[in-house]
Design a protein around this ligand. Structure first.
Ligand code: SF4
Length: 453
């Protein structure tokens, strides 16, 4: 789902240029009033908040007055904004701290703002960005959250991680204005239910993630509670892939995934060995990929997995799915089965032999499913999908075919057949995948594969 740096920069420029005077839509006269408005705006609308605050600020004129307010009375006034009990408690608590600790003035740093009860990064950024012009970060409200993912500026789905991604894209001098500008774009054009894509100023660069005609949403990640994001050096992805995926590799979800893999390896055994997790990318550099064969999970028995889907090293017994592929290769192209299961020779011709999940706990199939590898491999497919050079995708079985929904079939060739596993071998035999691939490669301007191993 990556946007290239140039495309992301253009999106930022166009959004900023379209809404040069965008401001946060709350009515306020002082930083304290903006802080109260921002607390009230949580899970409410700015229109509702702006209806409530004139009366509220007439009754309580400053932080000192709010600190002395009767909570029950305050709750009644702010009731239309919802969650009124918790909000009243937060406002009175924040007022007390502003008076006692900050001399009655709303503080001007993120660390100090986050000390105030009920204040999280979004609320703090609203005040710091809009009242003080401090580039503390970028406001991520519900609109920015939705648009950042939809446009393709972030593959994350938590406000904190989305903000980190945006801070990496938007020049720091524009942080204070980008949030309000994107919010306005979300209100006026890219609305939640029916975005007005026709005529949208960034349509040419928008990935329309999750929308008809756009790329599919990135794969979900199950809870990684208790897993610490990896703070050490990240793995180097060979074959130029590291540069293509660089923005995502710094994301919190990838650091957490890598922290998970490291912890699993520390606690037991993980396949393939760390040095071979990214072998598929080494053999098939980004610029040379002409074919993608998609597998699911690495082999989980000793010595089998070595980073290429379906493949095992020489000397390791050929697994059943690969035996079936060899049988079909014989039927389809009269190429005899080799005496080994090593598919490196295919990979070196530009065939990306990619599993959807790149690691597995020893002897525990599917154990690293839903931890983030699917999102990583989504991004690999998205990067190829975005590339102008046509690529042939061979999708065996429903799992691969589901993932293949990300591919733009008007640009690339998508071939589908049953999976070669013994469970679906009857449908797989006779599907002639190898000759189909060769025909598609030739039609796409590539040389056919030399399937002989
Ligand atoms: S092109 Fe459509 S989805 Fe993308 S930002 Fe514009 S309105 Fe939203």
């Amino acid at each position: 789902m990556a946007k290239g740096a140039a495309a992301a920069g253009e999106i930022v420029q166009r959004i900023q240029g379209t809404y040069p005077k965008a401001t946060y839509a709350l009515s306020w006269k002082t930083p304290w009033e903006l802080l109260v408005g921002a607390i009230l705006a949580g899970q409410s609308t700015d229109v509702t908040v702006n209806r409530v605050t004139p009366g509220l600020f007439a009754k309580y004129r400053d932080a000192k007055a709010f600190a002395a307010a009767n909570q029950g009375e305050l709750e009644e006034i702010i009731r239309p904004c919802g969650i009124h009990q918790a909000k009243a408690k937060s406002i009175i608590g924040a007022a007390g701290m502003v008076v006692a600790k900050f001399g009655g003035q709303v503080p001007k740093t993120m660390d100090e703002m986050l000390e105030l009860p009920g204040v999280k990064r979004k609320t703090a950024n609203v005040v710091l960005n809009c009242a003080y012009g401090v580039a503390s970060g970028i406001i991520v409200d519900t609109h920015v959250d939705r648009l950042a993912q939809r446009i393709g500026l972030s593959a994350n789905n938590t406000p904190e991680a989305i903000e980190t991604d945006l801070m990496g894209i938007v020049p720091k001098g524009e942080w204070t204005t980008f949030g309000p500008a994107l919010i306005l774009h979300g209100r006026e054009v890219c609305q939640a239910k029916v975005p007005k894509c026709g005529g949208c100023v960034i349509e040419a660069n928008c990935m329309k993630v999750g929308l008809p005609g756009g790329v599919a949403k990135p794969s979900a990640i199950v809870s990684m509670d208790g897993v610490k994001p990896w703070t050490g050096a990240l793995p180097e992805i060979p074959g130029g892939w590291g540069a293509v995926l660089s923005k995502h590799l710094e994301s919190e979800w990838f650091r957490t995934l890598w922290g998970f893999v490291k912890a699993e390896a520390e606690a037991g055994q993980v396949f393939p060995p760390e040095s071979e997790i990214f072998s598929a990318f080494e053999y098939a550099p980004f610029s040379k990929v002409k074919l993608v064969i998609l597998g699911q999970d690495p082999y989980h028995d000793d010595g089998q997995a070595h980073g290429l889907c379906f493949s095992v090293k020489r000397g390791v017994a050929v697994p059943p799915s690969l035996r079936n592929m060899y049988k079909e290769l014989q039927t389809d192209l009269t190429i005899a089965a080799p005496d080994h299961g090593n598919l490196e020779a295919w990979a070196k011709q530009g065939a990306l032999l990619l599993n959807a999940v790149l690691t597995v706990k020893a002897h525990t199939p599917n154990s690293h499913k839903d931890r983030g590898w699917e999102r990583f491999t989504d991004l690999v497919i998205d990067a190829l999908n975005e590339s102008p050079k046509p690529v042939v995708f061979m999708l065996w079985g429903s799992y691969a075919q589901k993932k293949g929904k990300r591919i733009d079939e008007s640009k690339h060739v998508v071939l589908k057949a049953a999976h070669p596993s013994p469970l679906s071998a009857k449908q797989f035999f006779g599907s002639k995948p190898f000759s189909q691939i060769d025909a598609a490669l030739k039609k796409s301007g590539h040389s056919p594969m030399n399937w002989k191993l």
